[in-house]
Write a protein that binds this ligand. Structure first.
Ligand code: NAP
Ligand code: MG
Length: 478
């Protein structure tokens, strides 16, 4: 039961014109695909939003050709200062159309409008502004000024527009052209982005969007005229892609899964830490590669932290993603919901204690309540595997070295959080954590100037910041 009532405050979906069907975006135009069109649904209602074209191998071929032509004839030859003008224009249009983009992202993905509006879309615009600034300053990048060529980019469904921005902005700033495949369940904001490219008069073929499922992605990464593969998604598919490109001259960056430890020491300000734990695992329904999905709490404060955490979780508002009050939206797909349920059932079988926030879930759509597991041990599958949902595994530790050892005891190494009052302890612990990003007394902070990426099975390469240019310049791997 919610502790207080509130009036619904739904955002209007009338601000966005969702078309009944969409084609592929190739060579600056929307064209029919040769595959079998598929439907994308609103996971909060199961309503079909649109029918979207599926790109087959011939369509991927056409898109790569268009990208090659645009690369060779215009984009790579254009002075950086001219490319920057297009990127600034795209960034400004994203800001102007931010409400439309946020509503469409929420509809297609299920994420709360508050997050799409306040997190995803502003960071998307910031990314384009940031890399627009680099386009005429590449000689100071440290990686030379020569683009790699045509980039084939494949992205997941958890941050559809944000992952597009992380891939497209640096690629274009460096003079590459792109063919991007969005995830099957969330193609719509990429297609609206294609309209924004038209509105910005971006030269035809610089950005191409091929929608479809895994087979379309496979055709793209295997295409012989793709010079660079950039992938964000699961470790399993990332390994398959690494095998596909092995032995070719293609360059590859992989942003894969994670199982981050959020470490709370007994001297941490506990209410702030609880907010950070909640943000770490329930932001975006826990569909976050760097989610703080393993809480490591010092034994002396574990009981207190858990009591405060449960109290806080009981106030989370789960439901209509378009309601501005909503904290936790819908699970992105029936398949993902099934996976979360399966791993949670395994957690119970393994003997962990399950507790879910007492919230009412809508009848239609894909929903899972904010949940935590106590009494989790290192060997449990829910401590090792990525659940990619609103499910937190709680473990305890006694000493800083035990915390570090447990935090690093995972095949992943994407991110981690440290909560303590002592600056010296932050530095001491953070320096021992094998994670690409370590947040201290905060969590899930993203900024285009800061590189992001993983160790071990969380991937290779960095996105964001000056380091993110390395992936798109020939001198990046020297
Ligand atoms: P996924 O199954 O690996 O899919 C990612 C993308 O790859 C989708 O567009 C997918 O197409 C496509 N794909 C599937 N099979 C392919 C193949 N054989 N060849 C080429 N492309 C293929 O991952 P997901 O379940 O959508 O996303 C969740 C995962 O992404 C999690 O593991 C998460 O940690 C990770 N992630 C990582 C980061 C990061 O920066 N490190 C950021 C966000 C997410 P369809 O989905 O359309 O079939
Ligand atoms: Mg959808």
């Amino acid at each position: 039961m919610s502790v207080f009532e509130y009036a619904p405050a739904p955002e209007s979906r009338a601000v966005v014109d969702v078309k009944p069907s969409y084609g592929l975006f190739i060579g600056g135009e929307f064209v029919d695909g040769h595959g079998t069109p598929f439907k994308t649904v609103n996971p909060a209602t199961e309503e079909v939003l649109s029918e979207v074209a599926e790109a087959d191998a011939a369509d991927v071929e056409a898109a790569v050709k268009a990208a090659r032509r645009a690369h060779d004839r215009t984009w790579s030859r254009m002075p950086g200062a001219e490319r920057a003008k297009y990127l600034y224009r795209i960034a400004r249009i994203i800001q102007e159309r931010s409400r439309e983009l946020a509503v469409l992202e929420s509809l297609d993905n299920g994420k709360p409008i508050r997050e799409a509006r306040d997190v995803d879309v502003p960071i998307v615009a910031a990314h384009f502004f940031y890399y627009a600034g680099w386009a005429d300053k590449l000689e100071w990048s440290g990686y030379g000024t020569t683009p790699i060529g045509v980039a084939g980019q494949v992205i997941p469904w958890n941050f559809p527009l944000l992952m597009l921005a992380w891939k497209v902005a640096p690629a274009l700033a460096c003079g590459n052209t792109v063919v991007l495949k969005p995830a099957e369940t969330t193609p719509l904001t990429a297609l609206l982005f294609a309209e924004i490219c038209q509105q910005a008069d971006l030269p035809a073929g610089v950005v191409n969007i091929v929608t479809g499922a895994g087979a379309t992605g496979q055709a793209l990464v295997a295409h012989p005229d793709v010079d660079k593969v950039a992938f964000t998604g699961s470790t399993e598919v990332g390994k398959a892609i690494a095998r596909t490109v092995a032995g070719t001259s293609k360059k590859v960056t992989l942003e894969l899964g994670g199982k981050a430890a959020n470490i709370v020491f007994d001297d941490a300000p506990l209410d702030e830490a609880v907010e950070g734990i909640v943000d770490g695992i329930f932001f975006n329904q826990g569909h976050v590669c760097c989610a703080g999905s393993r809480l490591l709490v010092q034994e002396s404060v574990a009981e207190e932290v858990l009591a405060r955490l449960k109290r806080r979780m009981a106030t989370l508002r789960v439901g209509d993603p378009l309601d501005k009050n909503t904290d936790v939206g819908a699970i992105n797909s029936a398949e993902q919901l099934a996976r979360i349920r399966e791993l949670s059932a395994i957690g119970e079988q393994e003997g962990a204690g399950r507790w879910s926030a007492p919230c009412e879930l809508p009848d239609r759509g894909f929903w899972f309540p904010p949940t935590l597991f106590t009494g989790v041990s290192q060997a449990h599958r829910i401590a090792r595997e990525e659940i990619f949902g609103p499910v937190l595994s709680v473990l305890t530790f006694r000493t800083p070295s035990e915390a570090v050892e447990k935090a690093n005891n995972t095949p992943y190494g994407l991110s981690a959080g440290v909560w303590t009052e002592k600056g010296s302890r932050i530095l001491h612990v953070a320096s021992q954590l094998k994670a690409g990003v370590v947040w201290a007394n905060t969590f899930n902070k993203f900024d285009p100037t800061s590189p992001f990426g993983g160790y071990k099975e969380s991937g290779q390469g960095r996105e964001g910041g000056r380091h993110g240019l390395a992936a798109y310049l020939k001198g990046g791997d020297l």
